[in-house]
Design a protein around this ligand. Structure first.
Ligand code: CTP
Ligand code: MG
Length: 228
């Protein structure tokens, strides 16, 4: 099975509030996006890596990975899902029968162990699957005033992570239709769910965090150090 990685990297990092998009902030020796690309480019099962960039991106060409033979650039869109769809358009041209492994640029601590686990899950979940982390805290539902309504059964709750792994043509189809129908699509699984597919959940490493706020940088730096 041919696998094409897709990396949405066209965001501006408004919650980070840095002087450049967060994927270009340094984490130890290199930028967040460089770490993310390294994890994908170095994986033997991944044939191509398509990265979706902001139309005004000024930083990508400076990355050491920019000219890697496996790497393809496309222009992203206004929302994460638009960026993923732009990359999927390109992926369809390359090999519509391949699988897409979609991974946030802002998750630099990805390990091959997790990629392997997700790829291996194809046997169990031929419809596709995502990495996820079981919720650890007791979960509460509230009303709008902030008072607890009830406790939600934790055993069935998961944090959706990336990578998310789906057949390219099915994902392209479902995502474009869901977006055209104005459905709320926050990850690839939600586009598949919208079309009636039930993706599998594969328990992933908890250090695969998304760098979102400034305090996430220190945590990611720590996880990255531990991986060396
Ligand atoms: N992303 C994208 N295209 C967009 C918006 C987001 O490719 N139009 C990417 C981001 O670059 C990131 C991933 O999707 O790698 C997850 O999005 P998020 O963490 O929300 O990043 P930003 O949108 O950049 O951050 P913020 O929401 O704080 O502005
Ligand atoms: Mg965002």
């Amino acid at each position: 099975q041919s696998i094409i990685a897709i990396v949405p990297a066209a965001g501006i990092g408004s919650r980070m509030g840095a002087d450049k998009p967060k994927q270009y902030l340094m984490l130890g020796q290199q930028s967040i996006l460089a770490h993310t690309l390294d994890a994908l480019l170095s994986h033997k099962r991944i044939d191509k890596v398509i990265v979706a960039l902001h139309p005004q991106d000024q930083y990508f060409k400076q990355l050491p990975q920019a000219k890697h033979p496996k790497l393809i650039q496309v222009i992203g869109g206004g929302e994460r899902s638009d960026s993923v769809l732009a990359a999927l358009d390109q992926a369809m041209q390359i090999n519509a029968n391949a699988w897409a492994l979609v991974h946030d640029a802002a998750r630099p601590c990805l390990r091959h162990e997790d990629i392997n686990k997700l790829i291996a899950s194809l046997k169990q979940y031929p419809q596709g699957a995502i990495l996820a982390a079981p919720v650890r805290d007791t979960m509460k539902r509230s009303d709008a005033s902030g008072l607890i309504t009830n406790t939600v059964e934790r055993a069935l709750l998961w944090h959706a992570l990336t990578p998310q792994f789906f057949p390219i043509s099915a994902l392209h189809n479902n995502l474009s239709q869901a977006l055209a129908a104005n459905a709320s699509i926050t990850d690839e699984a939600s586009a598949m769910e919208w079309a009636g597919v039930r993706p599998g959940l594969v328990s992933g490493r908890v250090d695969n965090i998304k760098v979102t706020h400034p305090d996430d940088l220190q945590l990611a730096a720590l996880f990255m150090q531990q991986a060396q």
